[in-house]
Design a binder for this molecule. Structure first.
Ligand SMILES: C[S@@+](CC[C@H](N)C(=O)[O-])C[C@H]1O[C@@H](n2cnc3c(N)ncnc32)[C@H](O)[C@@H]1O
Length: 359
């Protein structure tokens, strides 16, 4: 084909793609509106509420009616809230509320806050496309706050029911007393939850973010816990050989500057026979195998605008969110772990769970 020729267009394919673009446009807009509904408490106010006018909803949520009415416009036309025109009443169906309200059984609305977090660094990412390099963790607005909300659902809130039963006998061992390290602990909720539940065990969380460690320490102090500590430190320099029976890393390996060194340090930090429990993104290392993954575009977007770029910002490997299960298992082996087992959990379709023993 010549350089200036316009390629032949299949009108049917163009029509289908045009529809897709419309869905993307409206989906993007609804993502931001849902994030707003979450942050302002509107979904919490409306979940289980009788049909109400915009004034009634605004009053219950303690918000400005004009903004609430405009937001409701997006919710109604987006198929999230039902509207009865003659009475001007709005209703959030219970089935929708379960995904949107904080106490909903299938809560997802909190995750939609990530779009605004990512948009906060869009200009910097555009620069990186041109010049390379990356955007550092500290440049993301509200990252640790939103991350803590996310892992409160996928990790801390699921420890007892889903995560700990992955390893037979682990609950009993924790009850008896174990030394536990959480690498890249963020705001520390997983260790805090375990420390409260297993007073005979000792827990340590490390993270290089002062903000995250400050949040973790404040929450542990608020709960009066004496068996959990948090330290600012680099996961690539744990330097505590054979001091732990269990090491965890929740969504904290793929965005490392030097993930191979971190995995080696984790293996060295374990006592012989100790267990490494790693939660990381469910994806294949081969792009073509991710076509059926329900969240794949979201994961690559998070990677481009956060996980990959924070690693590149530090001159790191830039593995990316979708480094994938094949590479993860290979790197666990290279770090000196024996056979690793990979599991999926029903509450967490975004992640795979790896269990590896130090030999
Ligand atoms: C995606 S967040 C997950 C946080 C937490 N595990 C959770 O589930 O909420 C990754 C965490 O790893 C931390 N981190 C990244 N690289 C690190 C490094 N080299 N040393 C220590 N912490 C690191 C970040 O500050 C961040 O808190």
């Amino acid at each position: 084909m010549c350089n200036h020729c316009v390629p032949a267009i299949d009108p049917a394919a163009a029509e289908v793609f045009g529809q897709k673009m419309l869905e993307v446009l409206n989906g993007g807009a609804l993502s931001l509106m849902i994030s707003l509904g979450h942050r302002t408490g509107l979904f919490d106010a409306m979940h289980g509420m009788e049909p109400a006018t915009s004034s009634g909803i605004a009053e219950r949520a303690g918000l400005n009616e004009r903004y609430v009415r405009e937001w409701l416009g997006a919710m109604v036309t987006g198929g999230i809230v039902l509207y009865d025109a003659p009475t001007r009443m709005y209703r959030l169906p219970a089935e929708h509320g379960e995904f949107l309200a904080r106490n909903g059984a299938s809560h997802m609305a909190g995750s939609l806050q990530f779009f605004a977090v990512l948009a906060g660094v869009e200009d910097r990412i555009v620069d990186c496309f041109r010049e390379g390099g990356g955007v550092h963790y500290t440049e993301f607005p509200r990252f640790h706050e939103v991350m803590a909300e996310e892992s409160a659902v996928t990790v801390a809130g699921a420890l007892e029911e889903f995560v700990l039963p992955l390893e037979p006998g682990l609950i009993e061992q924790l009850a008896g007393g174990m030394d536990v390290l959480d690498v890249g602990c963020g705001s520390g909720l997983a260790m805090i939850t375990l420390a409260e539940r297993f007073p005979a065990s000792r827990f340590l969380g490390i993270d290089f973010s002062e903000e995250a460690i400050g949040r973790a320490r404040a929450e542990a102090a608020r709960r009066g816990l004496r068996n959990v500590a948090f330290e600012i430190g680099d996961a690539a320099r744990i330097d505590r050989p054979a001091q732990f029976d269990l090491v965890t890393a929740f969504d904290a390996i793929h965005d490392q500057r030097d993930p191979a060194a971190v995995l080696r340090q984790i293996r060295e930090a374990l006592r012989p026979g100790g267990l490494f429990l790693m939660q990381d993104i469910a994806a294949s290392s081969q792009l073509e195998n991710n076509m059926e993954r329900p969240m794949a575009p979201f994961l690559f977007a998070i990677s481009t605008m956060h996980c990959m770029t924070v690693s590149l910002a530090a001159g790191g490997a830039g593995l990316g969110t979708c480094w994938g299960e094949e590479l993860a298992l290979q790197m666990l082996g290279e770090a000196g772990f024996g056979q690793s087992r990979m599991e999926s959990l029903p509450h967490d379709i975004m992640n795979s769970w790896y269990l590896s023993r130090a030999v």
